[in-house]
Design a protein around this ligand. Structure first.
Ligand SMILES: [Zn+2]
Length: 476
């Protein structure tokens, strides 16, 4: 299997992706090296030098306490030993779990790491998505505060779990609601294939799941663009990522068996996804309705002091709902039946609806006001671009054909999940959300963000969403 755009050969890769329509003109990708190799671990001291670090500089190593094994040895101990033997002085910054037993990407953690960094620090993160995001964002905030050039920062990726490692954005809990904040790229990405192979299988299948978001998110992004609500849309992400369904079906057995070649392909796709979003200056290419559903489930878990489920698997299960929603929308939508006047709720109506949705979860009203602050941007834009919606009503056959070309049916995602032995039903998710929580997430996801998705279409069209839920909910 060869990927059309392979991030392994960095100079060639950078030159090739500049030619993809939608690449941001004049922008240079600052990542110096991305390594996907068997035994990359042993090259770590050299890779730190490539990132611009100096051995007389103290290296801040950011990790959490999750035990990790590589070929039967303690991975974190091994990394520290290798670096010590190479002459590095290290300051290990341990991230501690909160009351839920997990470490979350939030400002208490980001600030705790930042407090241990200096303007002349060099930083290595060793972990999966959360550890990487906390370390990356601590570097970024420190750089901003001191108005200094980026600290040398190397990401040692410990699982193929989520598309966080190469992105210059950080999904962060703000008042309990996940927000994507501008952040920074790593200088070097290290994917040691044995480390990725020996990570828990649940993380590997979650990495596949996070990418399945594309089966609905390209369409969400295009729809928002066509409605005049999001002008960032290009085909860059789709071209860069390639035919994900074909690639996953081909690699499924290798991923299950832990073949290093398949680990490498998945790591590269995950790297491409982070770059697709960063270079599109938006998470929208790979984060649509399914991600907002996942964010609501995270919000519910956080408020109930329950650990978060594996992000990518939760996203994949939500994708089964949203892509089923697309099939129904494409089959059943009748523009002639739309009463345009009823499609434009007022600010007061939507503010009340957001309060009614979220105040039971958070009686302080913080969550509702955080959601409203972001939602009202979308509502205003929806009102402003009324003519674009009318266009869509007139040109529905063309619109539907375009959506058809961008969406994959839920059966394709389900087939891939089965092929890699991923959970395919919410009942298999750990920890398990209740059916009414998933329904709540499906219904209220459009209300938490300014991101426009198919979910908003259903809200504004006053679609019978109880019936819709009964139609899409085949995964419990
Ligand atoms: Zn994701």
């Amino acid at each position: 299997m060869t990927l059309r755009f392979d991030p392994e050969n960095i100079d060639q890769f950078k030159a090739q992706i500049r030619g993809i329509p939608g690449y941001p003109v004049g922008e240079d990708l600052p990542i110096r090296e991305m390594v996907f190799e068997s035994g990359a671990l042993w090259r770590l001291p050299d890779l730190l030098l490539i990132a611009g670090m100096k051995t007389d500089q103290t290296l801040s190593v950011v990790m959490d306490r999750t035990p990790m094994q590589r070929e039967g040895k303690d991975l974190k101990e091994l990394i520290l030993q290798i670096l010590e033997s190479a002459g590095w002085q290290m300051d290990v910054i341990w991230l501690e779990p909160d009351g839920s037993g997990q470490v979350h990407t939030d400002f208490p953690n980001i600030n705790a790491v930042k407090a241990r960094l200096q303007p002349n620090s060099a930083v290595l993160s060793v972990g999966s998505g959360t550890v990487t995001d906390i370390a990356k964002h601590a570097c970024y905030v420190l750089q901003q505060e001191h108005n200094i050039p980026p600290l040398p920062f190397v990401v040692y990726q410990t699982a193929n779990s989520v598309s966080a490692y190469t992105s210059n954005m950080a999904p962060t809990f703000v008042d309990g609601v996940k927000r994507t904040l501008p952040s920074r790229y790593p200088d070097v990405l290290v994917c040691d294939l044995e480390t990725l192979r020996d990570a828990p299988q649940a993380m590997t299948v979650a990495g596949v799941g996070d990418l399945l978001a594309a089966f609905g998110s390209y369409a969400d992004w295009w729809l928002a663009y066509r409605l005049g609500i999001d002008n960032t849309y290009t085909e860059f992400a789709q071209i860069l990522m390639g035919p994900l369904d074909e690639i996953f079906l081909e690699q499924a057995d290798g991923l299950k068996a832990g073949h290093l070649e398949s680990m490498s392909i998945l790591a590269k796709l995950i790297a491409l996804a982070g770059l697709a979003m960063s270079l599109s200056h938006a998470t929208a290419p790979l984060s649509g309705y399914e991600h907002v559903i996942s964010h609501v489930l995270d919000l519910v878990a956080e408020k109930k002091k329950r650990p978060l489920a594996q992000h990518g698997t939760q996203v994949a299960l939500a994708t089964l709902l949203t892509t089923a929603g697309y099939q129904i929308f494409m089959d059943e939508f009748e523009p002639a039946e739309v009463n345009l006047e009823n499609c434009y709720p007022t600010e007061a109506q939507m503010k009340a609806r957001i309060g009614a949705s979220f105040n039971p979860l958070d009686p302080t009203g913080h969550v509702a006001s955080e959601c409203w602050a972001d939602y009202k941007i979308k509502l205003e834009s929806w009102h402003t671009h009324r003519a674009d919606f009318q266009d869509i009503l007139h040109d529905w056959p063309g619109i539907r054909a375009q959506l058809h070309s961008l969406v994959k049916p839920p059966e394709v995602a389900a087939h891939i999940l089965q092929a890699v032995s991923s959970p395919v039903r919410f009942i298999d998710l750990v920890p398990l959300p209740t059916e009414s929580e998933v329904q709540f997430a499906f219904m209220s996801a459009p209300l938490i963000r300014h991101r426009f998705t198919l979910g908003d279409m259903f809200v504004f069209l006053n679609w019978d969403r109880e019936t819709l839920w009964a139609q899409v909910n085949k995964n419990f």
